[in-house]
Design a protein around this ligand. Sequence first.
Ligand code: 4AZ
Length: 240
Amino acid sequence: IVNGEPVTTSPYTFLASLQIFDANSGEWHHHCGAELIEPDKLLTAAHCVAGRDSWRWRVVLGVTSIHPSKLQNGQIERVKSFIVHPDYDPLDFYNNDIAIVYLDRRVRYNKKIKPAKLAFKYSSYVGSKCVVTGWGDTETKKASGTYDLMHAHVTKISNQVCQHLYPYAKIRRTNLCLFEENEPAGSRPDACQGDSGGPVMCGANLQDLAGITSWGVDCGAHHPGVYTRVSEFLDWIHTN
Ligand code: 4AZ
């Protein structure tokens, strides 16, 4: 997250750090965000997991700090498998950038671990503030991920405006875009690398899981963040 703030008491009780084991260092590394939707299922971005084995992955739930010394405060579960959306296309502007993560075991819900409420219908949310959160880079074009969870409040723009700002890309009904036009380039709150797969919350009290962080050109600069619009995938989510 660039130009955001640290999250102190987290309202993002469904948020997980999706982590991969690095056999060379013997360490687990944060790779993407993910959202708990059932005790043993999470949503993430397809581009986080497509074409990879599931055996060296885990999720960490119930923490704001993913520093290795802080993880005993949360729950850690191994990943059993992934289902990537069948129409995911990394060569077509990450079309259908959504995947389901299945866990080995069911996690126990508690005060810090609860499932997300999915946005249940196509809603414009245009002009309203949404919030995006994650452990990704805090500076564009620089590996600068954080152990402490960050979030940023960003205005939802229309797909039409978003398409104008991305003349060479295809912005679809299955996307939504966030962009802080009124801030100068460089100071705009935005998602960044490592926030992918994480949530966009919109609506009353920012309680609807409206989007999943997908892609963008740079962070906090001249281009909106582009997200997978969850409400367009409810049928696929329910059948999987
Ligand atoms: C990424 O590389 C990424 N500024 C995610 C979001 C944005 C840019 C890049 C949006 O995962």
